[in-house]
Design a protein around this ligand. Structure first.
Ligand code: ADP
Ligand code: MG
Length: 245
C-alpha cells in the first residue's frame, strides 16, 4: 500500500537489457536514486542515453531486467501486467510532448477520462474534472474541443488530466518540446505552482537545459549510466537557479 513516509521513487541497481537482433544491449546499468515526495526532478542526457527506457520503468510501462523499484515504498518491480496497469492508473500521471488529447472529446471529457477506470460516479467524475481544469486555469474552456485550443492550453488540459486521479507522481516527457519559449515558460510556471500549492512530485524528461535548470535536481544519464553534473558538463549551464532565486 501507499506509504507516504517513503520516497515516491526508489530505484536500486536497476538494469535493463534489450535483445537487439540476438545481441544483448544494456540500455540501463546500475541505476540507483530516490525521488522524495514534493521534489521536482529533471532527467537529462543525450539521445540514446536511456531516458525513455528509464521513464517507461518509472511509469510502470516496462519492468527492469535487474534491480528493484519501490513506488511509495511498495516493490513494483515484479508485478504482473494487470496489477501494473492498476498501480499505473492510480499513482502515475503522464504528460507528453504532443499532449495526446482525444480530438473528438471536450477538454472536460478528456480530463475526466482517467476516472472512468476507477469506481467513480459520473457526477463525481465531472466535478473532479472541473476542479482539475480550474487548477490549471482553464475553467472557461471545459466545453472546447482540442482543436479550439492553443498548444499551451492543450498542454494544460493534459496536465489537468494527469492530475485528476491525484497521482503520487507526475511524469512528463519533453512537456515543453512542442511549445514556443514563452508558452514553455508558462507551463514550467504552472508545474512550479502545482508543486508549491499541492506538493505535486514531478519528473521531467527533457533536452532543454532551461527546464533542467529550473528543477530542484537533475539526474544525468549517459550510455545507460548515471553521470553527475550533467548540466554543467554537457549543457554548460549552472543548476539550481530555482533554489538560488
Ligand atoms: P533516449 O530516450 O535517451 O533517447 P532510449 O531509452 O530510447 O534513449 O534508448 C536507449 C538505448 O536502448 C538506445 O540505444 C536504444 O536503441 C535502445 N533501445 C531502446 N528500446 C529498445 C528496444 N525495445 N529494443 C532494443 N533496443 C532498445
Ligand atoms: Mg527518448
Amino acid at each position: 500500500m501507499r506509504d507516504i513516509e517513503a520516497p515516491v521513487v526508489r530505484l536500486q541497481h536497476v538494469g535493463k537489457v534489450f535483445d537487439a537482433n540476438g545481441q544483448a544491449f544494456q540500455a540501463l546499468d546500475e541505476v540507483s536514486f530516490d525521488i522524495a515526495r514534493g521534489e521536482m526532478v529533471a532527467i537529462m542526457g543525450p539521445s540514446g542515453s536511456g531516458k525513455s527506457t528509464l521513464m517507461n520503468i518509472i511509469g510502470l510501462l516496462d519492468v527492469p531486467t535487474s534491480g528493484s523499484y519501490l513506488l511509495d515504498g511498495e516493490d513494483v518491480s515484479e508485478l504482473d501486467r494487470t496489477r501494473q496497469a492498476q498501480v499505473r492508473n492510480a499513482r502515475i500521471g503522464f504528460v507528453f510532448q504532443n499532449f495526446n488529447l482525444l480530438p473528438r472529446m471536450t477538454a472536460l471529457a478528456n480530463v475526466a477520462l482517467p476516472l472512468v477506470y476507477g469506481r467513480v460516479s459520473a457526477r463525481e467524475r465531472e466535478e473532479r474534472a472541473r476542479a482539475a481544469l480550474a487548477a490549471v486555469g482553464l475553467d472557461t474552456k471545459a466545453a472546447s474541443l482540442p482543436n479550439q485550443l492553443s498548444g499551451g492550453q492543450k498542454q494544460r488540459v493534459a496536465i489537468a488530466r494527469a492530475l485528476v486521479t491525484e497521482p503520487s507522481l507526475l511524469l512528463a516527457d519533453e512537456p515543453t518540446g512542442a511549445l514556443d519559449t514563452r508558452t514553455g515558460s508558462e507551463i514550467l510556471e504552472l508545474f512550479r505552482r502545482l508543486n508549491e500549492d499541492r506538493g505535486v512530485t514531478l519528473v521531467v524528461i527533457t533536452h532543454d537545459a532551461e527546464v533542467g535548470r529550473q528543477m530542484d535536481r537533475v539526474i544525468g544519464l549517459r550510455d545507460g549510466r548515471l553521470v553527475p553534473q550533467i548540466l554543467e558538463t554537457y549543457y554548460g549551464v549552472v543548476a539550481g537557479a530555482r533554489v538560488a532565486a
